[in-house]
Design a protein around this ligand. Structure first.
Ligand SMILES: [Zn+2]
Length: 436
């Protein structure tokens, strides 16, 4: 090691250690030989200038290079110039390695944390990070999935998450869930024809964007979104029934919401007893519950035909009183009929829905601390989160005598790696461990 900077092209004159800082007084070891303007070699000293070039922290302390930089004048063109500083960033008063350090650290920590650690203001950290993201955006391309998911995630406002259902990864995050935004995203992806199935919530702009940009893909509504509407219908019914009761009667319905949202097989004996009492006194409660349960049961059928028949039978048993509460569900079933029943031809795994719901839950928790752009970059560009498949192992024999010969380099692998994007389970673990 040559000096504290570990760079022989600097001459370190003195190192001062303060409580939080190192000040490394230094000068450039090799003076320049030519004028940068005209390449002439007759140059003479023309004073010096003090500059601070920030560097990576040393032993946990902020470190700056207090540079005594030489100025020269060219005897031929008469122009003056400062000597070049090795390892310094072109735009900023920082070393290249500090820039790299900030780029890496700001994917893992908050901007203010990094700013405090290196002794640079937060705005500069943010700018360095934005430049870095722009660069990454150009080089990093995630595989376009065969099974694409379009989902909603709340980060300050509703955003759109593009997922790979089979790989359980995030492929991208879009600022909002409007049709032009999704259309623009899909139009930029020239490999969009790889998509065969698109799973989504019942949100028209998603469907319209997909129909415009990937007309051959089959749209499927995840059953999770549909059965959730049955729970909402039940809730409407329950509240209406309750509002017609006296305060005393209402007291008899303790924890009714909790009990009624449970599936029948999940009820404990005690809950079942209480529930039976309620339905004896208020038959509408029983009716609403039965409708919710029999709607859920439609999703237990194995074929699309059976499920459709079960749905029509379900529709026939709804009384006009109950229809009021279940109307939004019935309307959605009408508007999205084919896309909802497409689920039975191409069921989406529960594992995917579960992992996505976990993600939505944890992102809601951390989302407040960051801007959307920063959160998106952290999620997409942190390489520890990415799910990468290496090319297949080369099983062919290496030809006799080819071993050790130079041209063999790089031929041993059969193709490029595939990057599927940020793995949801890894991301959830990282967020839960406070690593975002
Ligand atoms: Zn010159």
């Amino acid at each position: 090691m040559s000096n504290i900077l570990n760079w022989p092209d600097y001459r370190v004159l003195q190192v001062s250690e303060l409580e939080h800082d190192y000040q490394v007084h230094a000068e450039v070891a090799e003076p320049p030989r030519y004028c940068p303007h005209c390449n002439h070699s007759e140059i003479v000293g023309f004073g010096r200038r003090d500059e601070v070039v920030m560097d990576t922290p040393v032993h946990g302390k902020r470190t700056g290079i207090m540079l005594n930089r030489r100025r020269y004048r060219c005897q031929s063109c008469r122009k003056t110039f400062l000597e070049p500083v090795p390892h310094k960033d072109d735009k900023r008063q920082m070393t290249n390695r500090l820039i790299q350090y900030i780029e890496r650290e700001s994917l893992r920590r908050t901007f203010s944390g990094v700013a405090e650690d290196v002794g640079v203001d937060e705005k500069t950290i943010r700018n360095i990070f934005n430049d870095y993201c722009e660069r990454l955006e150009k080089t990093l391309k995630f595989e376009m999935p065969q099974w694409l998911g379009i989902d909603e995630i709340h980060i300050i406002k509703p955003r759109c998450v593009i997922t790979n259902i089979e790989q359980k990864t995030i492929v991208d995050m879009l600022d909002n869930r409007n049709k032009p935004t999704i259309t623009r995203y899909l139009s930029k992806r020239t490999d969009r024809d790889q998509v065969r199935y698109v799973a989504m919530d019942m949100w028209q702009p998603y469907r319209q964007a997909v129909e415009t940009m990937i007309p051959d893909a089959t749209v499927i509504i995840d059953k999770f979104h549909v059965v959730r509407m049955a729970n909402e219908s039940l809730e409407r019914a329950r509240k209406a029934i309750r509002s017609a009761l006296t305060p005393q009667q209402r007291r008899g319905l303790m924890r009714d919401r909790f009990v009624m949202l449970k599936r029948r097989h999940e009820l404990t004996d005690a809950e079942y007893m209480r529930f039976s009492g309620w339905t004896r006194n208020y038959p509408e409660i029983g009716q609403a519950y039965e409708l919710k349960e029999s709607f859920f049961e439609i999703w237990d059928y194995m074929t699309r035909h059976q499920a459709q028949e079960a749905y029509y039978a379900w529709l026939r048993q709804i009384t006009p009183d109950m229809k009021v509460h279940f109307d939004p569900l019935i309307k959605a079933m009408g508007n999205w009929h084919d896309d909802i029943f497409a689920y039975f031809d191409h069921p989406i795994t529960n594992a995917y829905t579960e992992s996505l719901n976990n993600l939505i839950r944890v992102v809601n928790r951390v989302g407040r601390g960051y801007s959307f752009e920063a959160l998106r970059a952290k999620i997409l560009f942190t390489d520890d989160f990415q799910k990468i498949k290496k090319p297949r192992y080369q099983r062919q024999r290496i030809p006799e005598g080819a071993m050790g010969r130079m041209p063999f380099y790089g031929v041993a692998e059969t193709g490029p790696s595939t990057n599927y994007g940020a793995e949801i389970s890894t991301l959830v673990r990282a967020i839960e461990a406070g690593r975002l």
